[in-house]
Design a protein around this ligand. Structure first.
Ligand code: FA5
Length: 348
């Protein structure tokens, strides 16, 4: 019986020795994997010896079992050692065929930058925040009530054509201005209200200073006593802070169905060529940046406020126009084309 145990232990030693020799001749990892299957796999040599365990006496079985496990560990270790050697050898060969020119200049990475419209919006936010305004938002897909009726646009009134509306199939529309946010904010809150509402707006309109999709910031201040002088003071403060004290600004009477009286604010044109004709301001010398006025009593009634008790002003400015004047951009389309040669100029 002992002979049989000794013979098996010896064949384990022989197996380990053979495996080591064969591992040493392997030059690729795939070869190693095949050898691993041959020695340690389900129908490998070690498994065959292990299966013969049942032929031994009960006191011999643990001895052989232990030796089989030790042999398995040794073979596995030899296999992994060889695997490391093969990988190192492969890497050495690769490096020998590759060389690095350390004198080459480094590659410059392109750096992202804030889009001019975003940085203008941030600056405007910070001015109005410092004047005590909160930020409110509303949806881009609007209904007739919020975009027109509640803002005192009578049905079929030509004033609706002032803002060439893009209608959707289900009777909804793409908001033509941020003024509907005034309505939504007043419906959801009681005065005092002092908000700015930024957002995209859409109109069937396109030339060098008009885009079919552009952004506005709406402003609204409603309280018991708010006057036209407050409106003028707010808009002048904003324009002087943003463009500097020397930029010419003018308030011009205008018309909006939702404000009475109404005005528009123009800033002196920075594009006018001397003696030539200006395609941006059409030789008027002024560029309109916003519309404003005192909230019409009909609007207060539409949102359930008592016009005898509250007063307010509102304004809506075009962010692209503000950016064009600030940076001397003479075509609004440049702001949407994402041409990196243009945008790179604003990277700080
Ligand atoms: C309005 O949209 C009003 N809702 C503004 C308002 C709000 C008035 C509150 C009174 C009280 P208007 O259509 O004029 O008004 O547009 C306001 C500003 O948006 C303009 O002064 C201009 O700066 C900008 N703007 C208008 N149309 C375009 C366009 N197609 N592309 C780029 N900017 C535009």
């Amino acid at each position: 019986m002992n002979d049989s145990l000794d013979a098996r232990i010896e064949s384990l030693a022989t197996l380990a020795e053979e495996a080591r020799k064969e591992f040493a001749t392997a030059t690729h990892e795939e070869q190693l994997n095949q050898l691993k299957a041959r020695y340690l796999g389900k129908s490998g040599s070690l498994k065959t010896i292990m299966e013969s365990l049942k032929e031994l006496s009960p006191d011999q079985r643990p001895i052989l079992g232990k030796t089989v496990n030790q042999t398995k560990q040794e073979v596995l270790q030899a296999l992994e050692d060889r695997r490391v050697q093969i990988r190192e050898e492969k890497r050495r060969q690769e490096l020998a065929h590759r060389w690095i020119d350390l004198s080459l200049p480094g590659r410059q990475r392109d750096q992202g930058a804030i889009h001019p419209l975003r940085s203008v919006t941030r600056e405007l936010f910070s001015i109005f925040r410092s004047l005590g305004y909160d930020v409110a938002e509303g949806p881009c897909v609007e209904d007739d009530f919020h975009n027109f009726s509640a803002l005192n646009f009578p049905p079929d009134h030509p004033a609706r054509d002032m803002q060439d509306t893009l209608l959707l199939k289900n009777g909804a529309l793409l908001r033509t201005h941020t003024s509907p946010v005034q309505i939504r904010t007043m419906q959801a809150n009681r005065p005092p209200i002092r908000i700015i509402a930024p957002g995209m707006v859409y109109r069937c309109d396109a030339d060098v200073s008009h885009s079919p999709m552009f952004s506005q910031i709406e402003g609204l201040w409603v309280d018991e006593k708010v006057s036209l002088a407050d409106l003028k003071g707010t808009l002048t403060t904003f324009a002087r802070r943003y463009y500097g004290p020397d930029v010419p600004i003018r308030l011009r009477p205008s018309f909006f169905p939702f404000t009475e009286p109404s005005c528009e604010v123009d800033v002196g044109c920075v594009f006018c060529p001397r003696g030539g004709s200006c395609s941006v301001c059409h030789d008027t010398g002024w560029i309109e940046i916003l519309g404003a006025g005192m909230v019409d009593p009909n609007v207060f009634e539409a949102v359930g406020y008592d016009p005898e008790k509250v007063q307010g002003f509102a304004f809506g400015l075009g962010i692209e126009r503000v950016a064009m004047l600030k940076y001397g951009i003479n075509d609004i389309r440049l702001l949407f084309e994402n041409d990196v040669r243009f945008l790179r100029q604003f990277a700080k």
